[in-house]
Design a binder for this molecule. Structure first.
Ligand SMILES: [Fe+2]
Length: 519
């Protein structure tokens, strides 16, 4: 044997774990597909852009027990033109993305743990802008709750830069779930851990229709807990706080940002819609864990909040709890719940009312009805058409933080449902076996259509065929199944999205907004 003349080094690749295999394997592709293949009946008069935010992975992670939401932000766009749809995706060129691309490897460590980052990137912006995409003030913003928004171009999806609302947002973080007032054009935002890791500070902002901060309030939460969503009614901003808690010592040990703490209570925070920080009230409630929220409005002297909530946890990638216990499967199941916030007595109270037994998440409404009474909402259902709980215990070494268990709980998201808040009943379309639904979007048939009259757009993963479809439903007849759809030649797993009518985009593009700014 003679010594090899070849100069070799070890290859690099993604961990051999379920997160990075199968349908959820990294795409790492920036796509342009002109004229998507379509089938069935498709909308002939729909003109606009359907944007989705996703995570993908530019590089293999630094830690094998990675969780999905730490992936790099990927923006996608379905451009509807009279039934024709063109498709585009682009990575968000965040600071993290650019630094890692220059290094040709991951540098930023675990999800929201700066202490696990490569020393060369300490103090740099780590947010991946992967959770939600919203259109406001002539800007398209990619959002993730651990940092400020990133602006992208609404036509090319090219990254413009991080966005702090003309220098006025001093919070270090900004929610991925703003609230919008369709009458005033205002956007309502907040940031938690607003002064840094595991801080209790919350910053609250009202952004006027032109994109400038018109109101700001700062206050503290009872503890540093995850606040993934919030809603605003005509009178109140409502902040759900349940004990998925951050701990600075745990972060310094290199462990997870979040763990459930069974020793702490749950709260609902209420602030007058244009209130000051000293007006915050934290109402201790029965134990709950807040999932995504559908809407909030004032009616008969009471503020109503519609959401999905579970007993504990909601987000199954953050466990076991700080006491070392695993959740029971039903602890994680979200159900349609209505809060009634009553301020008529000496102490404000919150009554929590479960409206239906179905296990569900990702509520959406007709966005024209935000902050006012609504009747219709659209959900994803777990294990639809089957017996048993929504969260199934399945064997396998899923990438659980801490490598805690050989058992993991995963939802089988196989139902697309319309929920009628008057009858409190679902009508559901159950997907074919193996298909998985993503959050849906309601699009009015026209700007003057009554509530709920329009299309439901639904991304679905055809797992056995390894591609995704964008299905189109009649929103008034979901249970009859899709009218038709568009076939993607790629896999696309996304989190949240936004429909922008073409006339709104045209106004912004003509005025030059949406393609300038950044800081
Ligand atoms: Fe979300």
């Amino acid at each position: 044997m003679t010594a090899s003349p070849l100069n070799l080094r070890p290859g690099t690749g993604f961990p051999d774990t379920p997160l990075f295999k199968g349908f959820g394997a990294p795409n790492r592709i920036e796509a342009d597909v002109y004229e998507l293949e379509s089938y069935g009946q498709i909308p002939a008069d729909l003109n606009g852009r359907y944007y989705r935010a996703a995570y993908d992975w530019a590089f293999p992670p630094m830690f094998n027990d990675e969780i999905p939401v730490n992936g790099d932000g990927m923006a996608s766009m379905f451009h509807f033109q009279n039934g024709h749809v063109d498709f585009k995706t682009r990575f968000v060129r965040t600071e993290k993305f650019q630094l890692e691309r220059a290094a040709r490897r991951a540098l930023f460590g675990r999800y929201r743990n700066v202490f696990t980052a490569d020393p060369t990137v300490r103090g740099r912006i780590r947010s991946t802008a992967n959770t939600h995409v919203v259109w406001h003030g002539g800007k398209l913003l990619m959002l993730k709750e651990d940092g400020l928004p990133w602006e992208i171009d609404p036509v090319t999806l090219e990254t413009v830069g991080t966005w702090d609302f003309y220098g006025a947002m001093t919070s270090k973080t900004c929610t991925a779930h703003p609230s919008f007032d369709p009458d005033t054009g205002e956007m309502y935002l907040f940031g938690y851990e607003a002064k840094g890791e595991a801080t209790r500070d919350i910053a609250y902002y009202v952004i006027d229709a032109s994109g400038h901060v018109s109101h700001e309030a700062w206050f503290e939460a009872p503890y540093a807990g995850m606040m993934h969503d919030f809603r605003v009614s005509g009178s109140l901003a409502i902040f759900p706080l349940s004990p998925i808690v951050a701990d600075l010592d745990r972060l310094k040990e290199g462990a997870d940002h979040w763990r459930w703490d069974d020793s702490l209570p749950s709260y609902v925070g209420i602030l007058p819609r244009k209130g000051t920080g000293d007006q915050i009230q934290w109402i201790e409630t029965e134990r709950y864990s807040g999932g995504h929220m559908a809407n909030s409005f004032d009616e008969d002297g009471v503020t109503v909040v519609d959401l999905c909530q579970a007993k504990k946890g909601v987000f199954p990638f953050f466990y076991p709890d700080v006491q070392g216990n695993m959740f029971e499967p039903d602890d994680l199941n979200g159900r349609v719940t209505r809060w009634h916030i009553d301020q008529s007595g000496p102490q404000a109270t919150v009554k929590m009312e479960q409206l239906n037994d179905a296990v569900c998440e990702f509520p959406q409404i007709d966005a024209r009805y935000e902050m006012r009474p609504h009747r219709h909402a659209y959900f994803l259902l777990m294990n639809a058409g089957q017996a048993g709980p929504g969260m199934l215990e399945v064997p396998g070494d899923l990438p659980v933080p801490g490598g805690a268990s050989a058992l993991a709980m995963v939802p089988i998201v196989n139902g697309i449902g319309h929920f009628d808040y008057e009858t409190r009943e679902f009508s559901v379309h159950v997907l074919p076996p193996g298909d998985v639904a993503q959050e849906v979007e309601f699009v009015p048939a026209n700007p003057d259509a009554p509530e709920g009259v329009g299309y439901l757009l639904a991304l679905v993963n055809r797992t056995s065929e390894r591609h995704s479809d964008l299905l189109v439903f009649d929103a008034q007849d979901v249970s009859s199944g899709p009218l038709g759809g568009y076939k993607l030649p790629v896999r696309l797993s996304t989190i949240h999205g936004t429909w922008v009518p073409e006339h709104q985009l045209a106004i912004a593009t003509r005025s030059g907004a949406g393609s300038q700014g950044g800081n």
